[in-house]
Design a protein. Structure first.
Length: 312
């Protein structure tokens, strides 16, 4: 499998140091998901740079032409030193100060354009300047800066060899460890242990958060199931109530119909009663009249009988 691409490594080393580990772990996960375990291992070996080294890397990645100019000036300085040309050396030294100052100013601009960069007042520009001066005095330092994968700043005063313990180069594939003394190796080991401890702590914190979120998720799912049961019961009760209301409304409609029929029958009965009352009144009047006529007839017959007896 191929080693990590130059673009990927540059992207990681252009990432602010406080986000480097997360970005590197994400790249490792992507490589594993893509079925490239070798690239995942190589990416996992990349180490987080210091803030000063990150700023120098940012210059090399964003403005490589300026780093190339720095390398040309370094060659001119070394040539003047070898030839012991004092006047030329003084001229180049003045140029060196101007170039380094301009590069530091450019680095300040690049950092200002990075959202996650430290505030301008907290940028380690003195370490950056010392590293750039060291690059002017040593080709290996210049090459490490040009690669854009510096892990730590370096310091050097004067010309000649730069102390190796201050430098470490990380390539896109296998790391190239420079010569170093035991103190630097112990410091590097301590830094590695600190990084590993920080990564373990971060993993533990993520695991803790995951457990808490999983507990919250389980509770939320239980609450959701309970709410769904309540919703099902309420929907069923709503359907039953609607059916009951429909049934009652149907019964009410039937009762209204029966009421209308009963009102009609009652109206007819009232009319019939009034007619019967009128007939009864008329019959009673006629009965009275007939009774009066009979009484009058009886009276006449009695008078006639009395008159006949007197005639005899």
């Amino acid at each position: 499998m191929p080693d990590p691409s130059r673009e990927l490594v540059q992207r990681l080393y252009a990432t602010p140091p406080d986000r480097f580990v997360a970005a590197r772990d994400a790249a490792v996960a992507e490589a594993r998901q893509a079925g490239d375990p070798k690239a995942a291992r190589e990416i996992g070996r990349l180490r987080r740079p210091t803030v000063a080294a990150w700023l120098v890397n940012l210059l090399a990645i964003r403005r490589p032409e300026l780093v190339a100019d720095l390398a040309q000036l370094a060659e001119s300085l070394r040539s003047a030193q070898r030839e012991l040309r004092g006047a030329k050396l003084r001229e180049l030294s003045a140029q060196r100060r101007a170039v380094v100052g301009a590069l530091v100013a450019e680095i300040r601009k690049l950092a200002a354009a990075e959202p996650a960069a430290p505030p301008a007042g907290k940028l380690p520009l003195a370490e950056v300047e010392a590293t750039l001066n060291a690059a002017l005095s040593d080709t290996e330092v210049a090459e490490q800066i040009r690669a854009g994968r510096l892990l730590r700043a370096t310091h050097y005063a004067g010309f000649g060899e730069v102390p190796r313990p201050q430098l470490r180069l990380v390539t896109g594939g296998v790391e190239e460890p420079p010569t170093r003394d035991r103190a630097a190796e112990r410091a590097e080991a301590r830094r590695t242990r600190d990084e590993q401890a920080a990564e373990r702590a971060a993993r533990a914190e993520r695991a803790k958060r995951r457990r808490a979120l999983e507990r919250e998720l389980a509770k939320a799912r239980d609450d959701q199931q309970g709410a769904e049961r309540e919703l099902t019961g309420a929907a069923r009760a709503e359907q039953d109530g609607a059916a009951t209301l429909d049934r009652i409304e149907t019964e009410l409609a039937e009762l209204e119909r029966r009421r209308a029929v009963a009102e009609q029958e009652l109206s007819r009965a009232k009319l019939a009663r009034r007619g019967a009352e009128r007939q009864l009144t008329a019959a009673r009047r006629r009965t009275g009249e007939v009774e009066a006529a009979l009484e009058a007839l009886d009276a006449e017959e009695g008078d006639a009988a009395a008159s006949g007896q007197q005639a005899d």
